[in-house]
Write a new protein. Structure first.
Length: 182
């Protein structure tokens, strides 16, 4: 995502965030936006229509209203239609990501992707959440576990743009780089 695209998506997300924060519906709007994002990203025909320059904004808005209108609140619906009016429909998934970042920051939550060789138990995920939430100074860390057989053993934790690599393959790579540099 380019800097311009990111800043535009942030502006729409911030505007929506300000509106729903007053109403106290951050969590509900996040669920709605995640649903909209998955509908758009998983439906290639809808994506093609939204990105097609010869289809009118009115037709795009009508289609989006039919697909997501009953699923979302008025502020979300209006934000998405405004983005279509301003020819920013391709940025809707980016806007959702930016909104989630703002909502998480407000609640003191961070999302983490934990890569492991096997599926982690609930207790292991909670322990990782506790350990890393203290380390990065947030109240809670939401953990998504991803299986990665290339790790050999251990875990790799990705929080935002930071990666904590405690995997066996990561340690072997660090040793290899150290040996090559000597």
């Amino acid at each position: 995502m380019s800097k311009d695209t990111e800043s535009v998506a942030k502006r729409y997300a911030a505007a929506l965030f300000d509106v729903v924060k007053e109403k106290g519906s951050l969590d509900q709007v996040e669920k709605e936006l995640r649903s909209v994002q998955s509908i758009i990203e998983e439906n290639e025909k809808l994506l093609t229509i939204l990105n097609h320059p010869k289809i009118s904004a009115e037709d795009k808005k009508s289609l989006l209203s039919k697909v997501i209108g009953s699923e979302v609140s008025e502020p979300v619906h209006n934000t998405i239609l405004l983005m279509v009016d301003r020819k920013r429909e391709a940025m809707i998934p980016n806007m959702v990501d930016q909104y989630i970042l703002l909502a998480n920051e407000e609640r003191g939550i961070a999302d983490a992707t934990v890569y492991s060789v096997r599926l982690l138990t609930e207790e292991e995920q909670q322990e990782i959440s506790r350990t890393f939430s203290e380390r990065i100074n947030v109240k809670e860390l939401r953990v998504e576990n991803v299986i990665d057989q290339d790790l050999i053993g251990g875990i790799k934790v990705k929080i935002g743009n930071r990666i904590f690599d405690g995997s066996v393959s990561g340690k072997l790579n660090r040793i290899q780089r150290q040996l090559v540099s000597e």
